[in-house]
Design a protein around this ligand. Structure first.
Ligand SMILES: [Zn+2]
Length: 456
């Protein structure tokens, strides 16, 4: 008990030592390679607070964001509130001139080489760059690939007669154990069940595949014989099967040489309570050792996301939904584990809650509002409905829906969206985010947006 009291006094005295607090930059001697950066923090003595003699605009919550230009070399900043002073030294590395950049060259092989994927979830890309949005497909382990060239850290993969794609050298190994002869698709079986359309395709070996979702929704197997362009194309019968172009979720994977393609049926919902019995995964961003962004007043993103997620759970349960939390306390959960939790519980929605931050070269005072990320088309309409509801009910600015290659929205089994509720490092937005009333309203607005999705 005595020890606890001692720690408490120690913490209090730490916070009282200064009447202002800087949360970013995190240390008073840092290297930042950018033409500008910003100080984020809070101050009590609003009128006397200055950075290098310039007065700083302090929000009524006490928070501030102040942009400073950086010259190459050392930049010194003296921060003062008339009583206390702190000095920050930010070093911007000096650019080295004269170096000539040589772009990586494509090397085309004489013949074709055989490779095998060695990791699960290996992304196949449309270009030899690790850029996120250029993903075509994700392969499990042991998918054989024919490769006919390389560029920087990628191999060029042969897909049928006319198509090429790229895979990271780290995700494959050379493999001579099979021939590059074409595969045979001998047909498929269709299994109907209350929740899924399931198609089981019979092949005589594993091949690279792609699932493309758009106006039409199709599955392609590459390097297959007796097909145009050595490509087997199966178009999902939207009209007959689903009677709607809304896809709730899907998965495709090999089971031996059979390929199981499962598409979730759009649920028949009760008009008055569309979320009744719906399985919804709520994902509070970050947690444990991973704080996420730090707000002006020192609040951590992981605490704000957990608070909103708990209110969202209550709000959804009130409407009859079955909620699965990927974390319910301040624990660290990996990105893959979060997706696994949603899928193991057969969640139809995956809603990930975050607060936004910005890179050094941006101005936090000029960025406000709610943005929602989706990756697959299936979730676009959901993102739009939730954003409209949040902007309307919370009065947050419209920071748009965005297609983004974030791990949590790349879950195809559910309608997956990631909500950046507002900017933690914008003083105005931050004041809202840490307000309990706002957090509760936010949960209601998200739940209403989900219901709107079914009405539309
Ligand atoms: Zn985050």
């Amino acid at each position: 008990m005595k020890k606890f009291l001692f720690i408490l006094i120690f913490i209090c005295s730490c916070q009282n030592a200064f009447a202002f607090n800087i949360v970013y930059p995190k240390k008073n001697e840092v290297t930042i390679n950018s033409p500008s950066t910003f100080f984020i923090g809070s101050a009590k003595h609003k009128d006397k607070f200055t950075i290098n003699g310039e007065s700083v605009n302090i929000h009524h919550s006490g928070g501030f964001a102040y942009v400073v230009p950086l010259k190459e070399g050392k930049n010194e900043f003296v921060i003062s509130d008339g009583k206390d002073t702190k000095t920050y030294v930010i070093t911007r590395p000096i650019a080295v001139s004269g170096g000539v950049y040589t772009p990586p060259k494509l090397v085309e092989y004489e013949g074709e080489k055989q490779f095998l994927t060695v990791v699960d979830n290996a992304p196949l890309r449309t270009s030899p760059i690790d850029s996120g949005i250029n993903r075509m497909s994700h392969f499990e382990k042991d998918i054989p690939l024919t490769v006919d060239g390389e560029k920087s850290s990628f191999y060029r993969v042969v897909l049928g007669k006319n198509k090429k794609a790229w895979i990271s050298k780290n995700n494959v190994k050379a493999f001579d154990g099979y021939s590059n002869s074409l595969a045979l698709v001998s047909g498929y079986d269709y299994l109907d069940s209350p929740d899924y359309f399931t198609f089981v395709f019979h092949l005589d070996k594993k091949v690279p595949f792609e699932i493309v979702e758009g106006e039409t929704f199709y599955l392609k197997f590459y390097n297959v014989k007796d097909c145009a362009d050595n490509t087997y194309v199966f178009e999902f019968p939207y009209a007959e099967a689903a009677g709607t172009k809304k896809i709730v979720g899907y998965s495709g994977r090999f089971d031996g040489y059979d390929f199981i393609f499962k598409v979730r049926k759009f649920p028949k919902t009760d008009e008055k309570s569309p979320l009744k019995d719906m399985k919804i995964a709520v994902d509070a961003g970050h947690g444990g050792k991973e704080s996420g962004a730090i707000g002006c007043c020192g609040d951590k993103e992981k605490d704000i996301t957990l608070a909103i997620s708990r209110y969202l759970k209550e709000e959804l349960q009130k409407r009859g939904a079955k909620v699965i939390m990927t974390r319910n306390n301040d624990s660290y959960v990996g990105l893959k584990d979060r997706i696994d939790i949603a899928n193991e519980n057969d969640a139809m929605f995956l809603i990930s809650i975050h607060g936004n931050a910005l890179p050094d070269n941006a101005d936090p005072n000029k960025h406000r509002g709610t943005s929602i990320y989706f990756y697959y088309n299936q979730a676009k309409l959901l993102a739009a409905n939730v954003l409209i509801s949040m902007n309307k009910q919370l009065g947050t600015q419209n920071d748009n829906i965005r297609q983004g290659s974030l791990a949590l929205v790349r879950n195809t089994n559910a309608l997956s969206i990631l909500i950046e509720v507002a900017y933690l490092i914008n003083p105005e937005d931050n004041a809202m985010l840490i307000d309990t009333k706002f957090q509760k309203k936010c949960a209601k607005a998200i739940a209403d947006g989900l219901e709107e999705f079914f009405k539309n």
